[in-house]
Design a protein around this ligand. Structure first.
Ligand code: DGY
Length: 329
């Protein structure tokens, strides 16, 4: 007689998540769980996925056609992130594998962080704290760490999805900033009004903004969207913040613009080769660097995992998942 447990789908969670949130997977699947607090190496991932029906991922594990070819049973790839540029969605679709992600639950937390990183950058909070801790503070000074203001400024937001709009609301209602935005598609008038934002071409946004904040997903077309040419269009002394994906900014051009004083300040939460950070960024002045933590409040990170579990189980149960990724989406 076949053991009924053998009929249960086989699922991989390749790195440490919140253990208690994986109980629904334990109850209904054969769960292979590696509770190590680091991304799985590609060779191990390939070995572990070889007999799996489903996998729950973070942004640190890459899924490409070769990995899928080595995972013949795979039916669903569920990432706990909203971004899915680490997954070859076309290769999944071609093999009938459903991809799901975790939008909405992180919007407000990520928008809070966008404002925090912008303020930290333009008020040089990181450098000021390091200066104090190093024992270099000799007394109050009129112009030490005198940065720019958010209140009353013009904030340009590139990428006006849910997170961009939540940042726009905070900046305009909370700080009285004027908001201009650029997006692949212009928002409908109601969303524009709710966000208190004016649509602009990218060039015009760069020219008129005191601060530019990137909140868009990565796509090959957006690689180095902000490079030397675009920085040269920005106002002298402007601030650049990126909470989208690392590849959006030419990091060498940014480091140079900070060294030259062309840009007043910058904040980066995401990096092109993360977790490796370009040495030129580490040397650059007036730059706040954080390790991809924009969505990292505990309640939000837990909600992201819960949603990824729900999506995974829905597909394995033959139900429509709450958050499928559409091809080209
Ligand atoms: C996301 O959800 O895409 C965040 O950037 C965390 O990776």
């Amino acid at each position: 007689m076949t053991d009924p447990s053998e009929q249960r789908p086989r699922v991989l969670v390749a790195r440490k998540l919140f253990d208690d949130l994986l109980d629904p997977l334990r109850a209904r699947c054969h769960l292979q769980y590696h509770d190590e607090d680091r991304a799985a190496e590609p060779a191990r991932l390939r070995q572990w996925m070889a007999d799996k029906d489903g996998v729950l991922l973070t942004a640190s594990e890459r899924v490409d056609g070769a990995l899928l070819d080595a995972s013949p049973r795979l039916r669903v790839v569920s990432t706990m992130t909203v971004g899915f540029d680490h997954i070859d969605v076309g290769a999944c679709a071609a093999r009938g594998i459903v991809v799901t992600h975790a939008p909405d639950v992180l919007t407000e937390t990520t928008a809070d962080f966008g404002i925090a990183l912008l303020l930290a950058a333009l008020r040089q909070i990181g450098e000021a704290e390091r200066y104090l801790r190093a024992g270099r503070w000799q007394g109050w000074s009129p112009d030490a760490f005198a940065g720019a203001d958010l209140h009353g400024s013009t904030l340009g937001i590139v990428g006006m999805g849910r997170i961009g709009r939540a940042i726009a609301r905070r900046a305009s209602l909370g700080f009285g900033a004027s908001i201009v935005y650029h997006n692949r598609n212009r928002l409908d008038p109601q969303l524009e009004a709710e966000s208190r934002a004016r649509y602009s071409s990218l060039d015009s946004l760069l020219e008129q903004s005191d601060h530019v904040l990137l909140a868009l997903p990565f796509s090959p077309a957006a690689h180095h969207l902000i490079g030397g040419v675009e920085i040269a269009r920005m106002r002298r002394g402007a601030t650049l913040v990126n909470i989208g994906r690392g590849g959006l900014v030419d990091e060498a051009a940014l480091a140079q613009a900070l060294q030259d004083g062309r840009l007043g300040a910058a904040g980066l939460d995401v990096f092109e080769g993360e977790p490796r950070v370009d040495a030129r960024l580490l040397q650059a002045p007036r730059l706040v660097l954080t390790p991809h933590i924009a969505s990292a409040s505990l309640p939000t990170r837990r909600a992201m995992v819960r949603l990824a579990v729900d999506n995974l189980l829905a597909v394995l149960d033959g139900r429509a998942p709450p958050n499928p990724v559409a091809l080209g989406g």
